[in-house]
Design a protein around this ligand. Structure first.
Ligand SMILES: Cc1cc2nc3c(=O)[nH]c(=O)nc-3n(C[C@H](O)[C@H](O)[C@H](O)COP(=O)(O)OP(=O)(O)OC[C@H]3O[C@@H](n4cnc5c(N)ncnc54)[C@H](O)[C@@H]3O)c2cc1C
Ligand code: SF4
Ligand code: SF4
Ligand code: SF4
Length: 400
């Protein structure tokens, strides 16, 4: 039976819970606000099915040959409402046009992030845009399985570990299943998210009624978090100043599994991977208008077939996948755990949210921006064949 001895070995994907024939697994939140499976020993028959479906315990090796594209949805309204180039909506609409069902992450009434499904284009709105909080799968795998058995087209979108969880849970291939994953930095704690919302609601004296993580009013690269309150006050702050985004990008509140992610690779279990095309200003400056460009990996024949059908609604250009990933290392490499992470969580229940973030994330310099900049400089130096020379000079300076 499943026993979590090291938290970094559980992504919280829900595959074990959904598989247990005795329904004796529940998910319990720990003090950081991340859920883990707990087994009721009095009901467990030791059948081992939960371990069999765990995508961390049983890793899958894919051998696909992904192709990468820079993509922009020609529909400007949808593009501006989406996190990057608005490609998710086009794929989802294609599936719905074929009487399909689309699964994705949305806010519930209390702004918890949860997985659910929709069957109409109007309802896709709730999945549009990134929510930088771990989404709860709940019954979504079981619901998807039922639709697949009924012969409906199913699009399932989520983090790479959620797609791995779904595939493990299903235990067989379905021709009518299409999976989209994202390039995933990592997922912040739902408890930290709750604290952030309460902090703003107390400050404004009204409840939040709408949230957008990726508002493009000041540009896609310098995106803002927007909160609209019931008294019609709006909070709008760029990502480098927003408290939640600071904590997220400082890697201080991610799920333990995200610091040792098993699913960051170019060889993915999904059919299509979506990301922001960071570095577009260097690789394809002619199409960069700062309104959002997606980096899209087409990983399978099924992904290729859908891409062909939506191509006329996209401005696209094929790119060298390795060059694109140099600016988006989250695709292949886990972020480093912030050394102050444990202290941050210990004080989460004691220190007011704004003080806590200022205390532990105060320098405001984004680790990720620095890392991507470093990768970009290395890439340019490599191209100019100057990298080794600069490395040797740095070594000599250090020796002095
Ligand atoms: C937690 C998280 C971390 C990310 N990290 C990176 C990164 O490091 N680098 C990068 O280039 N891109 C990252 N992305 C992806 C990026 O933000 C966009 O989602 C992607 O470019 C698709 O944009 P779009 O314009 O095509 O569609 P959009 O409409 O913006 O995308 C919506 C899609 O995202 C899914 N989604 C939204 N929130 C969640 C969630 N919490 N969990 C699972 N799925 C979710 C929806 O189900 C839907 O499929 C991340 C996204 C998330 C949610
Ligand atoms: S071993 Fe079988 S019965 Fe026990 S928790 Fe796992 S799936 Fe459920
Ligand atoms: S990774 Fe998923 S299947 Fe494995 S123990 Fe965690 S929740 Fe269960
Ligand atoms: S970083 Fe890895 S473990 Fe964390 S949510 Fe993303 S895919 Fe899952």
């Amino acid at each position: 039976m499943i026993k979590i001895t090291d938290k970094k070995n559980c992504t919280g994907c829900y595959a074990c819970l959904n598989t247990c024939p005795q329904s004796c697994i529940t998910m319990k939140d720990d003090f950081e606000g991340f859920w883990y499976p707990v087994v009721d020993h009095s009901k467990c028959t030791n059948c081992g099915l939960c371990e069999n479906v765990c995508p961390v315990m049983h890793k899958t090796q894919e051998n696909n040959e992904p192709r990468a594209y820079a993509c922009i949805n020609k529909n400007e309204i949808i593009r501006l409402k989406s996190s990057s180039g608005g490609i998710f909506t086009l794929v989802a609409e294609h599936v719905i046009d074929n009487n399909g069902v689309v699964f994705g992450a949305s806010f519930d009434k209390g702004f918890t992030v949860v997985h659910s499904y929709v069957e109409s284009k109007e309802d896709l709105e709730k999945f549009r845009g990134s929510k930088y909080v771990q989404s709860k799968i709940g019954d979504a795998y079981k619901q998807a399985e039922q639709f697949l058995r009924d012969g409906r087209q199913v699009l399932f979108s989520g983090t790479p570990c959620q797609i791995a969880g779904l595939k493990s849970f299903l235990q067989r291939e379905y021709d009518n299943l299409l999976c989209i994953d994202i390039v995933c930095h990592g997922v912040p704690s739902p408890k930290v998210w709750e604290r952030y919302i309460s902090y703003h609601e107390n400050r404004i004296g009204a409840s939040v009624k709408r949230i957008a993580f990726r508002c493009k009013d000041k540009g896609w690269k310098r995106f803002s978090v927007s909160l609209l309150f019931n008294n019609d006050t709006e909070y709008l702050e760029t990502f480098d100043k927003d408290l939640f985004m600071q904590a997220f990008l400082k890697n201080i509140c991610l799920r333990p599994s995200c610091y040792a992610c098993n699913f960051k690779t170019l060889y993915r279990q999904s059919d299509i991977t979506l990301a922001d095309f960071w570095g577009i200003e260097n690789l394809l400056p002619e199409i960069d208008d700062d309104k959002g460009t997606s980096l899209v990996f087409i990983n399978s024949a099924r992904g290729e077939s859908v891409f062909k059908r939506i191509k006329d609604k996209i401005l696209y250009k094929e790119v060298d996948i390795n060059k694109a990933v140099e600016y988006n290392l989250s695709a292949i490499k886990s972020v480093e755990k912030n050394p102050k992470r444990d202290k941050f969580f210990k004080e989460l229940d004691q220190v007011p949210f704004d003080e806590l973030v200022k205390k532990y994330c105060s320098d405001g310099i984004l680790v990720k921006v620095k890392r991507n900049l470093k990768a970009a400089v290395r890439s340019v130096l490599k191209k100019l064949k100057l990298l080794n020379m600069v490395k040797n000079m740095a070594k000599m300076i250090r020796m002095k």
